[in-house]
Ligand binder design. Structure first.
Ligand SMILES: *[C@@H]1O[C@H](CO)[C@@H](O)[C@H](O)[C@H]1NC(C)=O
Ligand SMILES: *[C@@H]1O[C@H](CO)[C@@H](O)[C@H](O)[C@H]1NC(C)=O
Ligand SMILES: *[C@@H]1O[C@H](CO)[C@@H](O)[C@H](O)[C@H]1NC(C)=O
Ligand SMILES: *[C@@H]1O[C@H](CO)[C@@H](O)[C@H](O)[C@H]1NC(C)=O
Ligand SMILES: *[C@@H]1O[C@H](CO)[C@@H](O)[C@H](O)[C@H]1NC(C)=O
Ligand SMILES: *[C@@H]1O[C@H](CO)[C@@H](O)[C@H](O)[C@H]1NC(C)=O
Ligand SMILES: *[C@@H]1O[C@H](CO)[C@@H](O)[C@H](O)[C@H]1NC(C)=O
Ligand SMILES: *[C@@H]1O[C@H](CO)[C@@H](O)[C@H](O)[C@H]1NC(C)=O
Ligand SMILES: *[C@@H]1O[C@H](CO)[C@@H](O)[C@H](O)[C@H]1NC(C)=O
Length: 642
C-alpha cells in the first residue's frame, strides 16, 4: 500500500512538473505542411484510468541453479546452491538436479515454434557447460529414498562461442572503433507519451547527455510487423508481397533484414523477444525457417512456455516459469553484452518485450524501476561508452481505454524513439550529431530509422544518396544523421493518410452529411464481407452510434479534387458492441466512400469475437457468427440510436 501511494504521489508530482515545463508546447512538429499536435500525457481522463501496478516477483524463492561465465576458461559453469533448497529438506533428503539439452526444432514443420530435447542428464556440481549446449531446462528435486519432489524448474541460455569467434583476441583497451555496436531495445505498444506517463524513471534516464530523441516520429503501419519491417528492411508489408508471402514458411528468411548487413560487416548478431505466440515474426506467421542471427533466444522461450505451468501473475504472459518473460530477454542481452563488449568485433542486437505492455498501457509502471536497473547494469558493463543504444517501440496502444479517449488516435501513431551515441562518436561525427538534434521536431518515420541503421554501417557517406540501398518502399526516406526537410509531408516520409498525424482536424459530427457518411462506411464494410467470402463466418454490422466524425484539413491547394478530402470516423456497431475507427475519403458527387478495410482500426479487444478466423487482418473486423453475445451493452457514443 505504501508503495502504491508512493507511486501515485510521484505520478502527481510528475504531472505538475510537466505542466510547468510544457505549458506552451503545442506541437511536436509545426511546419507549413505538418502540424503534429503535442499530446499531454497527464490529462485527467488518463489519470483516472490508471491502475497502480505494483511490481511483484513471479516466485519468492531464489534460483538453485545459476550460470556463471568464467572468462579464464572461456566457458559457463553451473553452480548448484544447495542452501537455497534447504526449506524443502526433511530428514535424510538429498538434492538432485537434472538438465535437458534443448535445441531448435528440426527443419521440417515449423522450427521457430518447436524445440527438441537432445538428451537429459544428471547435473553435477560446478558443471562446465560444453560449448555446443546453447539452452537447457534444469530441474531440481529433493529426494528421500523413493520419494521425490520437484522443487524448481528453470530455463538457461548460454551465449557460447561460435566458430569464427573462438580464435578471437580480447581487446586490451577500448580502441576507438570505426563501426559502432548497435543495440536496440524495444518495448511494444509504447508511445512517447506513455513512456513519460508510466515510466518516468526510464524517461529521466534517457534525458541524460548523449541521448537524442524524435518527437516527430509517426508510425507507418497498424501493428508490430509492418512497423518493424519498415525499420529492419525498408519495406512496407504490402511491398514485401513482391518478394514472397509472409504467411509461407521461409519468406522471412528471404527478406533483406538489416542484421544480415551487420553480419556481412563482421558484426556478431543477437535477437530475443518474449511472448511466443504474439511475437513479431510469429503471430499467425511461421517465423524463420533458419535461425536468423548468431544468438537467438527463441528456442529456449518456446521450450519454457511449452514445458512450464502458466504462472498467474497479472496475466499469464508476464511470467514464464520462475521469472519474468521480460527478464529472460534482458538477461540474454546482458550476457551478450558482457561477453562481447570488449572484443574487436562489434555487436548488433535486437531485444524486444511484449509481456508488460502489449495489453495494458499502465502495467509498464511496474516495469519502470527494473528497466532502469538493467540500463544501469549495461552502463557498468561499458555499453554506453562504446555502442549506439536505441530505445524504441512500434506504435502506441491500439486498443483499450487509452485508445478510446480523444488523444488515443494520436497516441497510437506516435511511437517512442531514443538513441544514445557514445562520447567517441559524438566527437568524431559532430556534424551528423548536430543534424540528428535538429531533426527532433521534424516529421520522421520508421523508414528513416532503417536508413539511419544503414548509415551506421556506411559512416563514410557524405550525403544521403551515398547510403545504399535506400528504402524500397520510401526512396525519399533518409538517415536521421542528415537534416530532414522542414516542410516534409507524410507521403514523403512513407506515411499513408491513415496513419498521418500532420493534419489538423475539424469535428463535423453534427453536420447533416455525417449520418449519410457513417451509414455509407458501414454499408461498405458489409459489402467487403460479401466480396471477401466472409459472410458465412462473420456477422453483418449494424451502426448503433457515432463517437465522432472528423474532417482532416488538407494543406494541399488541390481542394477542387474532393477525393483528397479525408475524414476519420469512430463508431460502434452491433453485434458484440464493436468499436471501429476508419479513415476514408468521400466523393461528394457520387456519395461513395473510398476506404481500405485492411487499414481499419478496431478499438476494443477482439480475441473472443474473432476466434473463427485466422487471417490476422480479418480478425480485426470479423465478428464471428458463432461468438455473438446476446447481452452486450451498447458503447457510449455521442449520437446514439442511429
Ligand atoms: C514559453 O515560451 C516563451 C516564449 O517563447 C519562453 O520564453 C518561455 O520560456 C516558455 N515557457 C516554458 C515554460 O517553456
Ligand atoms: C535416515 O537414514 C538412516 C540410515 O539409512 C535410517 O536409519 C533412518 O531411519 C532414516 N530416517 C528417516 C526419518 O527416514
Ligand atoms: C570481415 O572479416 C574478414 C576476416 O577477418 C575480413 O577478411 C573482411 O574484410 C571483413 N569484412 C568487412 C566488411 O569488414
Ligand atoms: C565510461 O566512460 C566514463 C567516462 O569516460 C568512465 O568514467 C566510466 O568508467 C566508463 N565506464 C566503463 C564501464 O567503462
Ligand atoms: C516551407 O513552406 C512555407 C510555406 O509554403 C514556405 O514559406 C517556406 O519557405 C518553406 N520552408 C522551406 C525550408 O522550404
Ligand atoms: C449483409 O450485408 C450485405 C451487403 O450489404 C447484404 O447483401 C446482405 O443482405 C446482408 N445480410 C443480412 C443478413 O442482413
Ligand atoms: C469467393 O468465392 C467465389 C466463388 O466461390 C470465388 O470465385 C472468389 O474468388 C472468392 N473470392 C475471394 C476473395 O476469395
Ligand atoms: C495536385 O494534384 C496534381 C494532380 O493530381 C498533383 O500532380 C499535384 O502533386 C497535387 N499537388 C499537391 C500540392 O498536392
Ligand atoms: C456536398 O455537396 C453539397 C452540394 O454542393 C454541399 O451542400 C455539401 O456541403 C457537400 N458536402 C461535403 C461534405 O462537402
Amino acid at each position: 500500500m505504501a508503495k502504491a501511494l508512493l507511486l501515485l504521489c510521484c505520478l502527481l508530482a510528475a504531472v505538475s512538473r510537466a505542466a510547468a515545463r510544457l505549458s506552451n508546447e503545442t506541437y511536436f512538429v509545426n511546419s507549413a505542411f505538418c502540424k503534429m499536435p503535442y499530446v499531454d500525457p497527464f490529462t485527467a481522463d488518463v489519470l483516472d484510468a490508471i491502475a497502480v501496478n505494483k511490481f511483484a516477483k513471479c516466485r519468492d524463492d531464489k534460483d538453485i541453479v545459476i550460470a556463471e561465465y568464467d572468462f579464464e576458461l572461456n566457458a559457463y559453469r553451473l553452480r548448484i546452491r544447495e542452501e537455497e533448497a534447504m526449506s524443502w529438506f526433511k530428514v535424510n533428503t538429498t538434492l538432485e538436479c537434472k538438465y535437458a539439452k534443448i535445441a531448435r526444432g528440426g527443419s521440417s514443420g515449423s522450427p521457430d515454434n518447436t524445440f527438441r530435447v537432445v538428451y537429459r542428464r544428471t547435473l553435477p556440481q560446478d558443471y562446465i557447460v560444453p560449448p555446443e549446449v546453447q539452452y537447457m531446462l534444469v530441474q531440481c528435486s529433493v529426494v528421500n529414498g523413493k520419494e521425490k519432489r520437484i522443487v524448481q524448474t528453470d530455463g538457461i541460455a548460454f551465449v557460447q562461442d561460435y566458430e569464427e569467434r573462438s580464435s578471437e583476441e580480447h581487446l586490451e583497451e577500448l580502441a576507438e572503433e570505426p563501426k559502432p555496436s548497435v543495440i536496440i531495445f524495444g518495448i511494444d505498444s509504447m508511445s512517447r507519451i506513455n513512456l513519460r506517463r508510466t515510466m518516468h524513471r526510464t524517461f529521466r534516464y534517457v534525458q541524460q547527455a548523449g541521448w537524442y530523441t524524435l518527437q516527430g516520429l509517426n508510425k507507418v503501419g497498424d501493428n508490430t510487423l509492418p512497423n518493424l519491417l519498415a525499420m529492419l528492411t525498408g519495406y512496407s508489408l504490402e511491398d514485401v508481397a513482391a518478394i514472397c508471402d509472409v504467411q509461407e514458411q521461409g519468406c522471412f528468411d528471404q527478406l533483406p533484414f538489416i542484421w544480415k548487413r551487420f553480419k556481412l560487416n563482421n558484426y556478431t548478431t543477437a535477437m530475443a523477444e518474449d511472448c511466443m505466440d504474439i511475437s513479431t515474426f510469429n503471430y499467425l506467421k511461421p517465423g524463420f525457417a533458419k535461425q536468423p542471427v548468431d544468438y537467438y533466444l527463441r528456442p529456449l522461450m518456446v521450450a519454457m512456455e511449452k514445458s512450464f505451468q502458466p504462472n498467474p501473475f497479472y496475466d499469464e504472459k508476464t511470467c514464464v516459469g520462475r521469472h519474468l518473460s521480460f527478464a529472460y530477454v534482458w538477461d540474454f542481452a546482458k550476457q551478450f553484452i558482457q561477453r562481447f563488449i570488449r572484443t574487436s568485433r562489434p555487436m548488433f542486437g535486437l531485444f524486444w518485450t511484449n509481456s508488460f505492455t502489449h495489453n495494458k498501457f499502465d502495467k509498464s509502471i511496474a516495469l519502470d524501476e527494473l528497466f532502469v536497473e538493467y540500463f544501469k547494469q549495461f552502463e557498468s558493463n561499458g555499453l554506453f561508452n562504446r555502442s549506439v543504444v536505441i530505445l524504441t517501440s512500434d506504435h502506441g496502444m491500439r486498443t483499450g481505454v487509452l485508445r478510446r479517449i480523444p488523444t488515443g488516435y494520436l497516441e497510437e501513431r506516435m511511437p517512442m524513439f531514443y538513441i544514445h551515441l557514445p562520447p567517441w562518436f559524438r566527437r568524431r561525427y559532430r556534424r551528423l550529431v548536430a543534424n540528428l538534434a535538429k531533426n527532433r521536431n521534424r516529421l520522421s518515420s520508421t523508414f528513416d530509422i532503417y536508413m539511419t541503421l544503414q548509415h551506421l554501417l556506411q559512416l563514410q557517406s557524405t550525403t544521403n544518396a551515398d547510403i545504399q540501398p535506400n528504402s524500397a518502399t520510401c526512396p525519399s526516406c533518409q538517415s536521421l544523421f542528415f537534416p530532414l526537410p522542414i516542410n516534409r509531408t507524410c507521403s514523403e516520409a512513407g506515411i499513408t493518410e491513415k496513419w498521418c498525424t500532420c493534419h489538423p482536424t475539424a469535428t463535423v459530427t453534427t453536420e447533416p452529411y455525417a449520418l449519410k457518411m457513417s451509414r455509407a462506411v458501414v454499408q461498405h464494410m458489409n459489402d467487403e464481407l460479401v466480396e471477401r467470402n466472409l459472410t458465412d463466418l462473420c456477422a453483418n454490422y449494424t451502426l448503433v452510434g457515432v463517437t465522432y466524425l472528423d474532417y482532416k484539413i488538407a494543406f494541399s491547394s488541390n481542394l477542387t479534387d474532393d477525393t483528397s478530402q479525408y475524414y476519420v470516423i469512430q463508431f460502434a456497431t452491433q453485434p458484440n458492441a464493436a468499436m471501429f475507427e476508419v479513415t476514408f475519403s468521400w466523393n461528394n458527387r457520387t456519395a461513395a466512400v473510398n476506404m481500405n478495410i485492411q487499414e481499419i482500426s478496431r478499438l476494443n479487444f477482439y480475441g473472443h469475437d474473432a476466434k473463427c478466423i485466422n487471417d490476422p487482418i480479418a480478425k480485426k473486423y470479423c465478428i464471428c457468427k458463432n461468438a455473438i453475445r446476446t447481452t452486450t451493452k451498447t458503447p457510449k457514443t455521442t449520437t446514439a440510436g442511429i
